[in-house]
Ligand binder design. Structure first.
Ligand SMILES: Cc1cc2nc3c(=O)[nH]c(=O)nc-3n(C[C@H](O)[C@H](O)[C@H](O)COP(=O)(O)O)c2cc1C
Length: 182
C-alpha cells in the first residue's frame, strides 16, 4: 500500500481517458472506498449511480453549459447523490464520499475528475441536477451533488508541488487577515 502523502501529491484532475473499459472487479474495488466514508451520525445518505452505457455518458456530458463534455469519453461515470430527507448535511457527506472515491481511483493507477452538478445549469438553463435526475430516473428527494468521471489516464499531470502550499491559509489562535500575514 502506498503512502497517503504520496497519493495526495499525485492525485490530479484527469480529463482524458484511454478507450478501454474498466473490469467489474476494478469497479468493485474502487466503489468500496466511498462506502467506507464517514457520514453524519453514520446515516450514510449517499447512493452511487454507475454509468457505463455510452448513450447515457454522452447525455451526461451535456449536463452543463461547459466543463462537462469530457465525461462522455470516460468509461465509467459515477453520479453521486444523497437522500436529503435523511440529513441536512448531505452535501458534506456526499463530498467526503466523492473524495474517498477519487483517492481510491488514484491508488489504483487510474484517473478521475469531479464534475459539479449541484447549483449548475445546462446550456438551456435547466438545473443540471434536474437534467441528471430525469436522465437516470433519480427520485426528487435525492440531492445530486456531482459526478466523478473515471478511466485509464490518457494525460499525465505533474504531482502537486509543495512550493504551492498556501501556508498563509493557516491561522494561529486567531484569524489574521491576509495583508497582515505578509
Ligand atoms: C467541488 C468541485 C467542483 C469541480 N467541478 C468541476 C467541473 O465541473 N468540471 C471540471 O472539469 N473540473 C471540476 N473540478 C476539478 C477542479 O477544477 C480541480 O480539482 C482543480 O482545478 C484543481 O486541479 P487538480 O484536481 O488537478 O489538483 C471540480 C472540483 C471540485 C472539488
Amino acid at each position: 500500500m502506498e503512502n497517503l502523502s504520496d497519493l495526495l501529491h499525485r492525485r490530479r484532475s484527469i480529463r482524458k481517458y484511454q478507450d478501454s473499459a474498466l473490469t467489474d472487479e476494478e469497479i468493485k474495488q474502487l466503489m468500496a472506498a466511498p462506502l467506507m466514508a464517514p457520514s453524519s451520525k453514520r446515516c450514510t445518505p449517499w447512493e452511487f449511480v454507475l454509468v457505463r452505457d455510452e448513450v447515457k455518458r454522452e447525455a451526461l456530458g451535456a449536463c452543463r453549459a461547459a466543463n462537462s463534455a469530457f465525461v462522455a469519453k470516460a468509461p465509467l461515470v459515477v453520479v453521486i447523490i444523497a437522500d436529503t430527507e435523511k440529513t441536512d448535511v448531505w452535501v458534506e457527506d456526499a463530498s467526503i464520499a466523492a473524495s474517498y472515491l477519487q483517492l481510491q481511483v488514484e491508488e489504483a493507477g487510474l484517473g478521475s475528475c469531479w464534475v459539479q452538478l449541484r447549483n449548475r445549469q445546462t446550456a438551456t438553463g435547466q438545473s443540471s441536477e434536474d437534467y441528471v435526475r430525469e436522465l437516470l430516473g433519480i427520485p426528487a428527494k435525492y440531492g445530486v451533488l456531482c459526478m466523478v468521471a473515471i478511466g485509464r489516464k490518457a494525460e499525465e499531470k505533474k504531482p502537486f508541488d509543495d512550493e504551492r502550499l498556501q501556508w498563509n491559509k493557516l491561522h494561529c489562535d486567531t484569524f489574521t487577515p491576509a495583508a497582515e500575514q505578509a
